[in-house]
Design a protein around this ligand. Structure first.
Ligand code: NZQ
Ligand code: ZN
Length: 393
């Protein structure tokens, strides 16, 4: 086991109707002047924003609203949020939505807490660092990104088509309200994208170059199997409370650090996806499923045993055949599951047709113009990245 720090300060409030207590929670964490941040309209249509406003008013809290966050949240709205927050002396940001809204809220939180940083984007491109972020609270409406407990924020700078993340523990939300019923209005496509992302957050940590991690591996395998079981149920029966509950809790556990304790995350699939998302605006989960199989086939020979464990422990692949055969069967089984969710397993299936030139552009972005490698299971440089995009196209 590698040394690790496990830090999960987020107060999780789980269950039906808990969004009614959001005002009390904001107060508990010291908020007096609140920015309510939300997406393109689903939270308004469902009546959730009205419920949130009512709860804040009952606690006599001042609030202003900023909606319009798009999936793959844009830097321009983060700037707008920082300006609006400064004008209104906001001291607490309440994200009502999914990963995109929460990440945008974190970007605004960094902006208003760090007057000394001229451009908040500098954090995302490694030009500046900070430990300060204004307090964030979450009412979650989609189980997917895990941003409700994570210290990550992922934002896209539109003019450069660059999607980048910044990590700091101080951006971990103070509280997250998880009411599975709030996810009932999700389209099937978004449910499926969420399932892929939750599983990938665990798989990025499971495919670690560190050896045996009994507890961490068993937690990860349990989470992945639970997602396969309840993923199918929630696709067939979207209002199944039990399935929605398991998936929502998995979303938080898959990305709060628990499934990586003692290991060393890989994250290559995420980085390959982030550039697809930045350039082609594909949904995060769909981008992940489109590249994972190609990544896996490219790297499995580094440590076939890990892929054999994945095949046997997650998909119950029989122990007959060579290590290589079993490893490949596991990768196929994962892709079969993605197909059952109607998720793409090739980039073209996500509606993106890549020319050779497009692949060079993506590989340049992903390798920061050949200046970085990605991944730890196998370190991938520009050439590897180009080959994986080519395999995946
Ligand atoms: O904008 P609205 O109208 O709300 O619609 C959203 C959006 O179109 C819709 N939606 C959300 N809740 C709904 C709903 N529609 C109906 N009913 C509901 N209850 O779903 C769509 C997708 O929302 P989004 O927030 O983009 O989804 P997700 O949670 O998957 O977030 C994706 C973003 O998170 C980043 C991704 O890169 C992507 O930008 N990630 C953030 C991470 C983090 N901060 O830790 C980690 C992840 O790896 C990921 O990179
Ligand atoms: Zn993700």
């Amino acid at each position: 086991m590698e040394n690790f720090i496990y830090y999960t300060p987020t107060k999780v409030v789980f269950g039906k109707d808990e969004e009614k207590n959001v005002g009390k929670l904001v107060k508990e964490f010291g908020g007096k002047r609140v920015l309510i941040h939300y997406g393109g309209g689903s939270a308004i249509r469902s009546g959730l924003i009205d419920k949130v406003k009512k709860s804040l008013s009952e606690e006599n809290l001042f609030f202003v609203e900023l909606g319009g966050v798009k999936p793959n949240p844009r830097l321009s709205l983060v700037y707008e949020g920082i300006k609006l927050s400064r004008e209104n002396k906001i001291d607490f940001i309440l994200a009502v939505g999914g990963g995109s809204v929460i990440d945008s809220a974190k970007g605004i939180g960094y902006g208003i807490a760090n007057d000394d940083i001229e451009d908040v984007w500098d954090l995302y491109i490694g030009k500046a660092r900070t430990k300060k972020c204004a307090p964030i609270g979450v009412v979650l409406t989609i189980a997917a990104a895990g941003s409700e407990m994570s210290g990550s924020s992922v934002v896209t700078k539109e003019d450069e088509q660059l999607k980048r993340s910044y990590n700091s523990d101080n951006s971990r939300p103070r509280f997250a309200i998880l009411n599975p019923e709030l996810t009932y209005t999700l389209p099937k496509y978004q449910i499926a994208c969420g399932i892929v992302d939750i599983m990938m957050h665990t798989m990025e940590r499971y495919f670690s170059p560190v050896g045996n991690l009994e507890i961490t591996d068993k937690i990860s395998e349990g989470l992945l199997k639970t997602m396969i079981k309840y993923g199918k149920v929630s696709m067939e029966d979207p209002k199944n409370y039990e399935a929605r509950s398991e998936i929502m809790w998995a979303s938080s556990l898959a990305h709060n650090g628990l499934t990586g304790c003692g290991g060393k995350g890989d994250w290559a699939t995420h980085q390959l996806e982030h550039d697809l998302g930045g350039v082609y605006d594909v949904a995060h989960g769909a981008g992940l499923s489109a590249v994972w199989g190609s990544w896996a086939r490219y790297v499995y020979k580094e440590n076939p045993k890990r892929f054999v464990e994945f095949a046997k422990n997650i998909f119950e692949i029989e122990d007959n055949g060579s290590e290589e055969e079993i490893a490949l069967k596991g990768i196929e089984a994962m892709e079969e599951f993605y197909k059952k969710l109607d998720m793409p397993i090739k980039i073209s299936e996500a509606g993106i047709i890549l020319s050779d030139e497009d692949i060079v552009n993506l590989a340049n972005k992903c390798s920061n113009n050949r200046s970085r490698t990605i991944g730890s299971f196998k370190k991938l440089s520009y050439d590897d990245i180009e080959k994986i995009y080519t395999m995946a196209r």
